[in-house]
Design a protein around this ligand. Structure first.
Ligand SMILES: C[S@@+](CC[C@H](N)C(=O)[O-])C[C@H]1O[C@@H](n2cnc3c(N)ncnc32)[C@H](O)[C@@H]1O
Length: 238
């Protein structure tokens, strides 16, 4: 794969091989995307900027959402969501195993909840932000499927949906940017992971079109791509 900040349309066999390698490292056998460098970068942005009610769109294994619930004191409640039922199940199991399952808190008398009790945690199967109320979240985090994929090489399975951003790499990013503002409370922030493979400048154009200011929260370069997490705030509020 080339490390370009321009939009790319990979079609050559080495790019397909890289994609298959990424899929293998990121959980092809489980159908659920396993935590990788991009997950860690998003988690570190959540540590820096996450607060209040947090939604993680496309939670995959639930690793980022569980860390937000467990390790970020400014976060008061977490919703982990994904289109994939396998991911939803994995996120729920991780939360329960990690002791961040809000169900135990829900059932308790609020006054009896021990000091330092974990924030409420819920898992919702959802297409992007579709089922959520207006102004519902103070923070929305998303590590989208972003690899540009030749339509002829699309894999019709859940790992494909976790990796592929369609031909442009931005087929999930564009609708996310077009709808996330609705669920952000006033003063809220969206944390969006962007890869150089996706066309950084094209993403920024869409960010501006959707009325957001951006700031780079964290960035890391790897041999095949540069990953950035952008903090997006509404223009008038920035
Ligand atoms: C790159 S993975 C990120 C997983 C996890 N957040 C992480 O950072 O490790 C992208 C995730 O988005 C999910 N996804 C794909 N399309 C979606 C959609 N339309 N709505 C919600 N989630 C979606 C995939 O199932 C996958 O779990």
């Amino acid at each position: 794969m080339t490390d370009s900040t321009e939009g790319t349309e990979p079609t050559d066999p080495t790019e397909e091989q890289t994609k298959r390698d990424l899929a293998a490292r990121r959980g092809a056998e489980t159908a659920v995307y396993q935590p990788a460098e991009d997950s860690a970068l998003l988690a570190s942005a959540v540590e820096k900027r996450g607060r209040g009610r947090l939604l993680e769109v496309g939670t995959g294994s639930g690793w980022v959402a569980s860390r937000a619930a467990r390790d970020v004191p400014e976060v008061s409640a977490v919703v982990a969501s994904d289109l994939s039922p396998h991911a939803c199940r994995a996120a729920r199991e991780r939360a329960v195993a990690g002791g961040v399952d809000g169900a135990t808190v829900d059932e308790a008398d609020a006054d009896a909840a021990p000091a330092g009790a974990p924030p409420l945690f819920d898992v919702v199967r959802a297409d992007l932000v579709e089922p959520f109320d207006d102004d519902a979240f103070d923070t929305v985090a998303f590590n989208p499927p972003y690899l540009p994929t030749d339509p002829e090489n699309e894999w019709d399975d859940w790992m494909e949906r976790a990796l592929s951003g369609g031909q442009s790499g931005r087929e999930l990013i564009d609708p996310f940017l077009g709808t996330v503002g609705r669920v952000l409370a006033p003063g809220g922030v969206a944390l969006l992971l962007v890869s150089s493979l996706t066309g950084y400048d094209a993403v920024l154009d869409r960010v501006r079109e959707c009325g957001f200011e951006h700031e780079v929260v964290v960035e890391e370069s790897y041999p095949f791509e540069t990953l950035s997490v952008l903090a997006l705030t509404r223009e008038a509020e920035a």
